[in-house]
Design a binder for this molecule. Sequence first.
Ligand SMILES: [Zn+2]
Length: 79
Amino acid sequence: MGGRRKKKRVIRRRPRRPKSIYPCPICQREGVIVKIDKKEGRAVVACMFCGFSDTTEVMPGEEKVDIYSRIVDKVTGQA
Ligand SMILES: [Zn+2]
């Protein structure tokens, strides 16, 4: 322990996009935004076209895309 090599491998960070818009599972348009509320530990996934929206808990380490895909699974699984 303690002898971690530095700078050997750069971990690829996903670039932070100010706006991440995903395709909507309901209306198929690119209008879904994921908003993470870190204080609450929750996220809102909402489509700006058809009004679809859902709330989910955010697991540690989850990113917007993870949350988005979870919601899509949920929605398409129930359809
Ligand atoms: Zn939609």
